[in-house]
Write a protein that binds this ligand. Structure first.
Ligand code: SAM
Length: 429
């Protein structure tokens, strides 16, 4: 059997395989072709994955087995192969784009509506869009809005982006200097005063609607210790000054003025290093808590990674970037991470809304950060699984598996508890 399959792949004599080889990117056939090229090297080891793929593509009805090889491929970094728009700015709890892509290709078709209501940095929406799916995305966070819209509605090419960036820089340079005495001390602590003035003026220009890509690029160079960033030495993901590691007396150059324009332009260049934006798909983002969100009526495929219960604080951990987005607002608190009851309530709310919106045969894929602590005396994924089965009786759990989160994706010391993610794949009957 293996030999026969390998031969048919080799010679491409079968009409199915011939059509696979000419299928357009983003189609389910294209996904199968990608998986076939994995199979090519070591079919016996990849057999369970192949069986799953055959089933997903309707070619066979063989029972499901763990998709070990796909999960194995998720361990490798995709930083050098993914669309570079994914790298605009860091985000705690960000999903790997290779995971998003594999799930989108396996569980939706070109032209389908893919929804993600906890879009975070926009990984799932961007991958869906790049693969020709229409997108509905939402999140409670203003930082998420900037990143998701910045990626989905980026200027079509580098030249256009640079032209627009020049205009925004000029506008910001014409603005009067901001009064730094009105800036909170904790914000001032991160920047040379002249850098801070430029940053505040640029942020206020880039905040105008339609400039989300530029604001996202600016937020992406806001803090780090590298020369291409604006702050004094500090961490990149969560804003902590690294003045103990890099004391001013020993590293005076790290505390110099850092001009915004060349750093922003270099960032834009990096953003356009590898992009394929020729998608004709449509995309919408809504900034909203799940509790207040109106879902679109017909969702083909719902893929999301809900907030990590009790482990991440998306508001506090993004505080410096959020201050630049809106200095007048308090950090948002209506999130599902702070208490078990809030997490359960928001998951129940999601299930009720999906009950009306998910199409028959449509898939719902939840990627749940597992935390096992005394405050949460059961696996969050078990709770979600039961909740969804109760509230959407026509939803059948067709597949589930656990993936270990690599250390590199854990953002804070107190996030050590989240070691795995549980993937729940439901289908509406
Ligand atoms: C695990 S993150 C999503 C990460 C995303 N998949 C990515 O790749 O960047 C969960 C998201 O849920 C959002 N969130 C938390 N509470 C929420 C609520 N009540 N309603 C909507 N979004 C919420 C957070 O702002 C955060 O962006």
């Amino acid at each position: 059997m293996y030999l026969l399959l390998r031969l048919s792949v080799l010679r491409c004599t079968s009409p199915v395989l011939r059509s696979l080889n000419s299928s357009p990117p983003g189609s389910r056939l294209h996904a199968l072709r990608t998986f076939n090229s994995i199979l090519w090297y070591n079919l016996p080891q990849k057999w369970p994955l192949f069986k799953l793929q055959m089933e997903l593509t309707g070619l066979s009805n063989i029972g499901r087995k763990p998709i070990n090889s796909t999960i194995e491929s998720w361990r490798h970094s995709c930083a050098n192969s993914e669309c570079t728009l994914h790298q605009l700015s860091p985000y705690i709890g960000k999903l790997k784009s290779s995971i998003a892509r594999d799930l989108i290709l396996a569980f939706s078709n070109t032209g389908d509506l893919v929804a993600d209501t906890f879009s975070g940095s926009g990984t799932i929406p961007l991958e869906a869009f790049l693969n020709g799916r229409n997108v509905f995305a939402s999140d409670i966070s203003p930082y998420s809005r900037i990143l998701t819209e910045g990626k989905l509605f980026a200027p079509p090419n580098y030249e256009e982006a640079i032209r627009k960036a020049e205009k925004l820089i000029k506008l910001s340079q014409k603005m009067p200097h901001p009064d730094l005495r009105k800036v909170p001390k904790w914000v001032r602590a991160f920047f040379h005063p002249n850098t801070l003035k430029e940053a505040i003026n640029f942020a206020s220009v880039a905040k105008q609607p339609g400039n989300e890509f530029f604001l996202a690029c600016f937020l992406g160079i806001l803090h780090h210790q590298r020369p291409g960033f604006l702050s004094y030495p500090s961490s990149h993901l969560v804003p902590y000054l690294r003045d103990k590691k890099y004391p001013r007396e020993q590293f005076p150059q790290l505390y110099d003025y850092r001009e915004l324009k060349p750093r922003l332009f270099a960032k834009i260049k990096r953003a356009y290093k590898r992009i394929s934006q020729d998608s004709s798909a449509k995309a919408i983002f809504r900034k909203s808590a799940i509790q207040h969100l109106t879902f679109p009526t017909k969702i083909d495929c719902f893929i999301t990674s809900p907030p990590y219960m009790n482990a991440l604080d998306y508001s506090r951990d993004n505080r410096l970037r959020i201050w630049f987005i809106d200095p007048t607002r308090n950090l948002f608190s209506d999130n599902a991470t702070s208490r078990k009851s809030l997490f359960i309530a928001s998951m129940a709310n999601l299930a009720q809304k999906l009950n009306y919106s998910l199409k028959r045969n449509g898939h719902c894929i939840l990627i749940i950060g597992e935390e096992v602590s005394r405050s949460f005396n059961a696996h969050p994924s078990k709770i979600v699984e039961e909740l969804f089965s109760d509230l959407i009786p026509s939803l059948k759990l067709i597949y589930s598996f656990t993936d270990k989160i690599p250390d590199i994706r854990r953002s804070r010391k107190d996030c050590r508890g989240i070691k795995t993610e549980r993937f729940l794949i439901f289908q509406r009957q």
